[in-house]
Design a binder for this molecule. Sequence first.
Ligand code: GRF
Length: 194
Amino acid sequence: MKNIVVFASGSGSNFQAVIEAAESGEIECTITGLITNNESAGAIEKAEEAGIPFRIMKPSEYRNPDEYAEALSSQLDKWQPDLIVLAGYLAKIPAPIIRRYPEKIINIHPSLLPKYGGKGYYGERVHKAVMEAGETQSGCTVHFVNEVYDDGPIIAQKKVDVYPGDTPKTLAGRILKEEHKLLPSVIQKILNQQ
Ligand code: GRF
């Protein structure tokens, strides 16, 4: 059985989709832990309900970036991930962790990267920018994580139409539904190839 570790900062609906896929057997894996930088993340409750260990690790609680990276690294040593999944994680993954897990860290982003990605493009800001630009399509992307936000090689995308009456919120909701299918399917594909 492969192990995955999830990082999440927000409501954790993608995390929940991964939990359900693991429980149903769609993904053959054990979720060995959740790391969050936000003590009020909804993801924590989801971990508790599913009996998944979690740790709250805030970069600001460490004396410097190296200490934070070392703490993350020793936590990951305990959880032994074959794959690390960033599911709405809003802190930067330190470079030593990225180098330690080459092609083993993936992220989900709510746009068709390389469009509307990078620093500052998170949450509703992404969908607002898509709508302001008059795009007729948007979607979601799963990609490998490198040292630049939203920049690593693209693994899979799903397109979603933008409708004339959309608001950033309605568009976000339509894309989120697709994220919940795309993320588990990509995880299973990568674990199969390992
Ligand atoms: C998702 O839209 C994801 O693409 C982005 O952050 C959001 C997280 O939502 N990276 P949730 O916490 O999984 O509900």
